[in-house]
Write a protein that binds this ligand. Sequence first.
Ligand code: SF4
Length: 344
Amino acid sequence: MKSFSSRIIDWQRKHGRHDLPWQGSSGPYLVWLSEIMLQQTQVATVIPYFQRFIERFPDVTTLAAASEDSVLEHWSGLGYYSRARNLHAAAQQIASRHEGKIPDTLDALQALPGIGRSTAAAIAALAFGRTEAILDGNVKRVLVRHAAIDGWPDEKKVEAALWQLAESRLPQQNIAAYTQGMMDLGATVCTRSSPACDACPVQVDCQARLQDRCASLPVPRPKKILPDKHVQMLLLLDRGELLLEKRPPSGIWGGLWSLPELPADIDAMDGCRMRYGHNPHARQALPALRHSFTHFRLHIQPVCLHLEPRVPSVASPGQQWLTPAAALKSALPVPVRTLIHQFV
Ligand code: SF4
């Protein structure tokens, strides 16, 4: 029987993906950008964002010179905005420390913001042909099933074993086809809920398949109960414009434009007067929303307040008044976008 890596490479050449916009001779910038966008996001979702992004930021130098607001705006809707902030910071480091050239070694890549071990290895392998092992979610699933590895794959000990396994299976040559093949196999054949084992190039010695454990591997994350947090979000309306506030640069939704928030137990009209100095004359409650983060659930009670015309009409620093349609062009968190959509 051919080696594991040879079977993956042969399969990738015949059945893998070859026409993604960052494949071919697109160069390390596009490979890097795609790897960052593909974290926690599927290919079909990424493609239109990727194309819009490279139209505006075609190379590292343009990205490094752009404002953070403009980068976030072009990321808006993809979520996980720390990826965009790190991408921008990394571009600035590449411009200042690497003469605008994306470094080609694992260590130098990993030293850049937002590039972990697997992403660095993917860039090194796909863009520079270096023999490095990747271990993203898709690859973990393939390896876990093929070797029937027990334990939650993100647990330290299990992950360390998976890195070893990933390294032991690397081919001597054709690293780019192998790396792409592992990603493609995980995304299109060895899928989470219904793997198409009959179409799999490594089915003959796949332990999960032989032991009839495909459905139970990988072992799921141990369940934890997420704490709940409750807030009110204010839609302050004055002459057809809404007030937006810029979030602090770090933390949840860092650097994005959001709606003013109040603790859940404060009367919204009083809070609006005290905290924002605006006088509401009418209120309208809107249906509540829930948004889940990895470490807590946010319950949002939106309240629309119609204001007496404000004086002065200019916004304070870190705030802006925009029509709902103009607000939707800004970098907004997903639930804020949903709320503002109701006013367009
Ligand atoms: Fe995944 Fe099935 Fe292939 Fe095993 S045989 S690696 S479970 S697709």
